[in-house]
Design a protein around this ligand. Structure first.
Ligand code: FAD
Length: 490
């Protein structure tokens, strides 16, 4: 029997559930990746020809093909609508089954059921596997067998389940080496050369200039580096100027490393107990990832509306002034240095530090009074690691409308956040060199400084750096009034 492995968000050979099962169950295994026009065409139609994610995927595909070739197979790479193309390819290759790892995003679920239905008409099966998460949506439930909506009990239950199997069962990698000889080279007609970025209609971005390592090797390089400092994670993770986090999110997004590998590394380090508590905190972040996948699955309405439905009654700012304020936020021109530096980070690199994601989200929603969905959409467009569930979870957390979100009356002060988490202004200076000459104390709120000092530092407010768009205290009062509609339900 023959099968086809359809790679999507799992661009690796090592520890890949679908690849493992296909090899185990078949005599001959082909592999395919589709640059899906249903995803890419809308980007091109919107004029978004430079997209770091497309370039990241492209580079990772080249490496995946090379890895498969080392094992005796190769990667068929198509540029088509996968809904039609996967069944067509399956028929051409004469396979009995297509193997893939489950993708939980609503559009992907629709796509996969359409593919399964067409395949079934030709007598071909679509087998899907758990691979993107440690625990699937129905594997961690409350004692009453209900899904959790609060993180801490979910996490406790998650950890308990892992520990009961000593981590071994859920974290162990899927081997392929003993079956790798079943990988087959695609027949010549299907062994298309990998299309170039230009063939796909895209332009190069600054990805290589940013030195964001791509592919399986890039993920391993980042993990090796992070494992040297995982113990410090608890103490360093909140400071954007410090190399605290792992920077692995884009790799988790595209599956160039498995979640099991990451969780296993964290779990084993945690159990050795010799580090500074960082591994346990990092593992907890990986649990948040599973948690938000689960929330999106059970509450798909969150993709459009508030998790807590009463929050849909909030009246956000609208009209030309809201649009201008939103544009200033997007461009990093709010006059609040930490917010602006953070927005320049996402615009220039496609990454934003977690602390800053919380700060800028809070600023947009609770200082500018703008609908969280505007910010969510902006992040979706620009983040290399964009993931519907985590992004939506993060935005609804900041808007207080999410499950287990921060209470609506907790409003980040962008100045104190800056003083606390970038006390020497190192991060701000990196992105806003025009503020470089200000003292560590003054850099967080330039408009509060004496004009003479500003002049001496070469800064003109409203010139080379904007005046603050809003006064935080005033905005805070307006937000409390805006949220009054939901007071009864929190
Ligand atoms: P690390 O600190 O090294 O964390 C390791 C991994 O844990 C991350 O790669 C990620 O997979 C997971 N993780 C960490 N924090 C969270 C979290 N709060 N929720 C879910 N998973 C988490 N993360 C995304 O992967 N995609 C997004 O689109 C996304 N949008 C966000 C939007 C907002 C408003 C906020 C507040 C957070 C968002 N996050 C998102 C979560 C978090 O900011 C990023 O995962 C993290 O900054 C990625 O950097 P890292 O890999 O260096 O993180």
């Amino acid at each position: 029997n023959r099968s086809l492995v359809w790679f999507r968000r799992d661009l690796r050979v090592f520890d890949n559930a679908a690849l493992h099962h296909a090899l185990k169950n078949s005599r001959m295994v082909f592999c395919v990746f589709v640059f899906d026009t249903d995803i890419l065409q809308p980007l091109l139609d919107a004029g978004l020809k430079a997209d770091r994610r497309v370039e990241f995927i492209h580079a990772s595909i080249v490496e995946l093909d090379a890895e498969l070739r080392l094992l005796g197979g190769n990667l068929i790479v198509r540029h088509a609508s996968s809904v039609a193309d996967i069944p067509a390819l399956a028929a051409e290759l004469g396979v009995d089954a297509v193997y893939a790892n489950r993708d939980y995003e609503p559009q992907a679920v629709i796509r996969d059921s359409a593919v399964a239905a067409t395949l079934a008409k030709n007598g071909c099966a679509l087998h899907t596997y758990k691979d993107h998460v440690i625990f699937e949506t129905d594997e961690v439930l409350s004692l009453a067998a209900k899904p959790f909506s609060v993180f801490t009990p979910y996490k406790n239950s998650w950890m308990k389940r892992l520990a009961a199997a000593d981590g071994e069962f859920f974290l162990k990698p899927y081997p392929i080496s003993s079956y790798a000889s079943r990988l087959a080279l695609a027949p010549t007609a299907n062994a298309n050369a990998i299309p170039s970025l230009a063939d796909l209609g895209f332009e190069p971005t600054n990805l290589s200039e940013l030195k964001i390592p791509t592919g399986i090797s890039g993920a391993n390089q980042l993990l090796d580096d992070f494992m040297l400092r995982i113990g410090d994670y608890r103490d360093t993770r909140n400071f954007p100027a410090v190399k605290g986090p792992s920077y692995l999110s884009v790799h988790l997004r595209f599956g160039t490393i498995s979640i099991r590998t990451l969780a296993r590394n964290a779990y084993q380090t945690m159990r050795q107990g010799v580090e500074g508590g960082g591994a346990a905190v990092w593992l907890s972040e990986l649990v948040w990832r599973d948690f938000y996948f689960m929330i999106l699955h059970y509450h798909p309405h969150v993709a459009q509306r508030a998790f807590k439905q009463d929050y849909d009654a909030i009246q956000w700012e609208t009209g030309a002034s809201a649009e201008a304020a939103f544009q200033a936020w997007c461009d990093g021109r709010t006059g609040y240095p930490l917010v602006d530096a953070a927005m320049l980070q996402i615009n220039q690199t496609g990454y934003m530090h977690n602390r800053l994601r919380m700060v800028v989200a809070s600023f947009l929603i609770k200082d500018l009074g703008i609908d969280w969905r505007w910010g969510e959409a902006y992040f979706a467009k620009h983040l290399n690691d964009f993931d519907l569930s985590a992004n939506n979870g993060g935005w609804q957390w900041a808007a207080s409308s999410g499950c287990d979100a921060q209470p609506y009356f907790r409003i980040f002060n962008p100045i104190t956040q800056s003083e606390k988490f970038d006390s020497e202004g190192k991060f701000i200076r990196r992105y806003l060199p025009q503020l470089g000459k200000l003292s560590n104390k003054a850099i967080h709120a330039p408009w509060l400084i004496d004009t003479a000092i500003l002049q001496a530092a070469g800064i003109t407010l409203g010139g080379n750096y904007p005046r603050p768009l809003v006064q935080h205290d005033v905005a805070r009062a307006q937000t409390l009034a805006r949220y009054a509609v939901v007071k009864k339900v929190t």
